[in-house]
Design a protein around this ligand. Structure first.
Ligand SMILES: [Cu+2]
Length: 139
């Protein structure tokens, strides 16, 4: 793939912007494992996977629990969906998106315990039921 390098560069650059955008707010720490977003086949990650399936128009499960300070691979399983869906966690500046039939994952560390909302922010989807709670418990 000739543009793989460029794709990787832009992915990293976008992440950098993301970190700048959330610094000072509720924190999410991008780790070395974050590289897995670019190269999901990379071995060596021992992050726990937390999978959320998206369909028209809900998330299963709608309540997601993670532990603060641990590497978590958030998986958006859109494999059963007809259309594009996303997971947006505004408190952490996290955004995953997957086309219909696809799966997207992102490895990160939630460093601030709390109860946060997430949703699919495509037009009308949240209103149709695509929202949930992310519960980050203390380590
Ligand atoms: Cu959606």
């Amino acid at each position: 793939m000739p543009d793989r390098r460029a794709e990787k560069f832009w992915s990293r650059w976008t992440m950098t912007l993301g970190v700048v955008a959330v610094s000072g707010a509720a924190g999410v720490t991008w780790t070395q494992a974050e590289v897995n977003v670019v190269r999901p086949e990379a071995p060596g990650s021992n992050a726990e996977e937390v999978s959320v399936a998206s369909t028209e128009f809900k998330f299963i499960p709608a309540t997601v629990r993670v532990i603060a300070g641990r590497s978590v691979t958030l998986v958006l399983d859109n494999s059963q969906a007809e259309t594009e869906h996303g997971i947006n966690v505004p408190a952490f500046g996290i955004y995953l998106i997957a086309r219909g039939g696809q799966v997207t994952r992102k490895t990160l560390i939630f460093d601030k315990p709390g109860n946060y909302e997430f949703m699919c922010d495509l037009p009308g989807h949240q209103e149709a039921g695509m929202k949930g709670r992310l519960i980050v418990s203390g380590p």
